[in-house]
Every structure is written in structure tokens, then in C-alpha cells.
Ligand binder design. Sequence first.
Ligand code: EPU
Length: 331
Amino acid sequence: MISLQPHHTFGVIAHCSEFTSITTVNQLQSLCQSDSAEAFVLGGGSNTLFVTNPKRVWIIDILGKEIIKQRENYVLLRVGAGEDWHSLVKYCVEEQLGGIENLALIPGKCGAAPIQNIGAYGVEIKDVLQSVSVVERATGYRKEFHKSELDLGYRDSLFKHKWKGRYIIDSIVIKLMKQGSHDIKTTYGAILQQLQDGGISNPLIADVFNAVVAIRSAKLPDPKVLGNGGSFFKNPIISVALYDELKAKFPTMPSYPISDTTVKVPAGWLIDQAGWKGKTVGNVGCYEKQALVIVNHGDATGQEVLAFSEMIQSSVEEKYGIILQREINLI
Ligand code: EPU
């Protein structure tokens, strides 16, 4: 039995009987051609909660960064699926390449980033992604998808439903703008505040990166210290009619416009106001600085975490009539 505790950020107790590190596309293709049955594919395990023990686990360790196109104002970079996301962000910032600095400190590997279209502080990977290269599990056949074929949405893509389990991403291609040509995104309130506090009025790529690192470090628990999977739930999108009804009862409820008829409401606020922030049951807790994050205080099992999350869901539903959807993947 191999422990999966070191291979995912929640750090819950889980095991598998066969564990394979995949380091090349050829290895991935031949494994798919020989026998991919029951293999669970893991990237950085930063959005995964094990509630069962998978039999076989494949971990994608395909590395490499290669500039495949260089123009006056931008570059196209191909990145292996096994590269650590935050290290990639740091590399780009050091090279003065802009586009992903707002996505600093997101745990996980590059291959997983398009699956749920990672996003933070006003930027999503869909803004820079050009294409993904995948291997089809059933055949070992390799193909490239342009980003327009992936239906990238809020924490969503075809890899999460229609194509679930069908393809394994081996690399991604992103477009990065050179300093000076890059349109820096500082509209998200917290970034602007952080920059103002630092007396920075004309931010460079590195300034935005530093601001995001400071904000995230202050609000979100480091998974190396306290097991967690980032936001446990998605921010629910509700009708304006329901929002107006709720706002009359709960006047401070925040919202972000999505369309003429819908708004997004922060799940963290709902959970916080329902009294969960900082609460602990057994080994599991709701993080004291950000209610959207569920943390593992010790040797929690996935089932304990799930049970705790269901208590939160019920209490939010009871208070607001909103059913929170999980952002985390259950295995
Ligand atoms: N809020 C509270 N109490 C809390 C937490 C939040 O009242 O305990 C309120 C805040 O005051 C604010 C609002 O909720 O008005 C939104 O909070 P915040 O800006 O911290 O962002 P979030 O909606 O909680 C989302 C993403 C994060 C991402 C941040 C920044 C989702 C599910 N989560 O969180 O992504 O880093 O915005 O862009 O969309 C992740 O996906 O794992 C993740 C961390």
C-alpha cells in the first residue's frame, strides 16, 4: 500500500496499491495503449479530496518549458503538465513576461490548470491559454485542442463533464506579453489596495505578483502547514430576483454582476455569516481567515471532511435557500 497523503494538499489519509510517476509523453502513450483501466490521474492534488482509496494512481511528472514562438511583444510558451504552477508564474515574472502574475501561489501543476480554468484576482487561465496537448486514454493517440474547443467557464471546462476521464493533458501553450506591451490587471479591489499601501502607482508585472503573494499569504492557509484544497465550494450564481429578495433580508450581502438576470454571491460570505468561520469539528475546520476554505487540522479522513462540508451546505441552504456546489473533486 502506498500512502497518498504526500501527493495531495488536503493531506487526508488515503492509499493506493499501485503508483506510477509518468515523466514522458511516450511513457504516457504506451501506458494508455497497454492498460489504463482504473488508473486515477493525479496532478498536484491541490483540488482533490480522497473519500475512497483508488487502486492505481498515475502522477503526471512531465516537465519542460519551451518558447515556441517569439515576437516583438509576446511569446508562446509550451509547458509540461507536470511543471509546478507557481514556479511557472515566478519564472514568467523573472523573465518580465506578463499574463499570469495574478495567478501567483495557486497550488497545483500546469496540466490541471485548464481543467477547472483556474482563476484569481480578475484573471483566469483562459485569458492566456492558447492550446492544450492531450493523450486519449483509450487509444494513446495524441492531439492538440485550441482553447476555443474547451468551453472554458467559471471553474469549468469540458474536461470536467463531457470529456471526464477521456483525455490526459501532457502540456499546455500559453501566450505571454512582454513588459510594456502587457495590460496589467489591477481592477480587483484587494490588489489595488495592496499597491496603494505600498505607494506603487505605475505597477510592473513583478509588483502585481508581489501584491497577490502578499494577499494570498495573509488570507489562505499554506497547504504544507495546514492541509486544504483552496476554495471548497464555488461562488453560487443566482437570479437577480432571488438576490433582491435576500438583500432585503440581509442588506450587507455582496454580489458581482454576471448577466442582466444573474449575479454571483461569495460563498465565503454566506458560510461566514452562517457562523462557520473558525469552527472545528474533530479534525476538520472552517479556516479562520477565509470561510471558503476547509482545513485538515490533523489526520482527518476524506469522509470526515465531506461530512463537515455537508453540514456547511445544509446550514447555508437553510439560511439562504442556496445550495452550494463543490469546487473540489471527490475521488
Ligand atoms: N468573505 C467573507 N468572509 C470570508 C471570506 C470571504 O465575508 O470568510 C467575503 C469577502 O469579504 C468578499 C467576498 O466574500 O466580499 C469575496 O472574498 P474573496 O475576495 O476572498 O474571494 P472569494 O470569492 O472567497 C474567489 C476564488 C478564489 C480566488 C479569489 C480571488 C472561487 C470559488 N474562489 O474567492 O480562488 O483566489 O476569489 O480572486 O471562485 C480557489 O479556487 O481555490 C481559490 C482560492
